[in-house]
Design a binder for this molecule. Structure first.
Ligand SMILES: C[S@@+](CC[C@H](N)C(=O)[O-])C[C@H]1O[C@@H](n2cnc3c(N)ncnc32)[C@H](O)[C@@H]1O
Length: 206
């Protein structure tokens, strides 16, 4: 899938400013809430899957996190985040990769994914993601995944998405992960549209 998908997302981030895409949020409130609620700390490591040009990395650096990786299929998305951060971007690890083909080189304490898993529309893509998650997450790691809710949009960025409630997402991750919490949030796009999200936190079962 990489070629077509990579072209799609590269074009999105080449054509649009980071704050002009539907998923833009000035502050990653729900992500920070999830980290706080589960006691994630700046001394831990975190990978933001499909982080794009998200401001999560800015917020983490401001809180003193020192081991943050941002992975995205679109190089221009990471370039935009790097330009915004300036010299601080040197304190972040950046990975251009398709999560369904990525081999984690190490394990992370926190796996964060806002609005990426829902683009995986085939069982093969989801299995590849879950395999990467299993290989990349520390034994006592935390998984934070946000997808469109069952009544959320059917498409994002012109691409079809799968929509989830917590049970459905837990079933897709499989028995290796235990649901610790879930909640609903309504994201407001830069042009004022409402998008219902399902937020889930999982721990490893073993
Ligand atoms: C809706 S955006 C969300 C961006 C970011 N997580 C946020 O909350 O602002 C989806 C992101 O996932 C990236 N993406 C899509 N498919 C991907 C894949 N297979 N592997 C890695 N990144 C992917 C896109 O380039 C884009 O940055």
């Amino acid at each position: 899938m990489t070629g077509e998908r990579e072209r799609h997302w590269r074009t999105v981030y080449t054509d649009k400013q980071p704050n002009a895409v539907s998923w833009y949020q000035p502050t990653p409130e729900q992500s920070l809430l999830a980290l706080d609620r589960f006691g994630a700390e700046p001394g831990q490591s975190l990978i933001d899957i499909g982080g794009g040009a998200s401001t999560l990395v800015d917020a983490l650096l401001a809180r003193g996190w020192g081991d943050v990786t941002v992975l995205d299929i679109a190089a221009p998305a990471l370039a935009a985040a790097q330009a915004r951060l300036g010299v601080a971007s040197a304190n972040v690890a950046w990975e251009v990769a398709d999560i369904t083909e990525w081999q984690p080189p190490r394990r992370y304490d926190v796996w964060h994914d806002r609005a990426v898993f829902h683009f995986l529309t085939t069982p093969e893509q989801r299995a590849a993601y879950v395999r990467a998650l299993g290989e990349g997450l520390a034994a006592d790691g935390l998984v934070i995944i946000a997808t469109f809710a069952l009544d959320g949009p059917e498409k994002c960025s012109g691409l079809a998405v799968e929509r989830y409630d917590a049970d459905r997402l837990a079933a897709k991750l499989g028995p290796g992960f235990t649901l610790a919490a879930d909640w609903r949030d309504e994201h407001i796009t830069p042009w004022g549209a409402r998008q219902a999200f399902t937020w889930c936190v999982f721990s490893r079962t073993d």
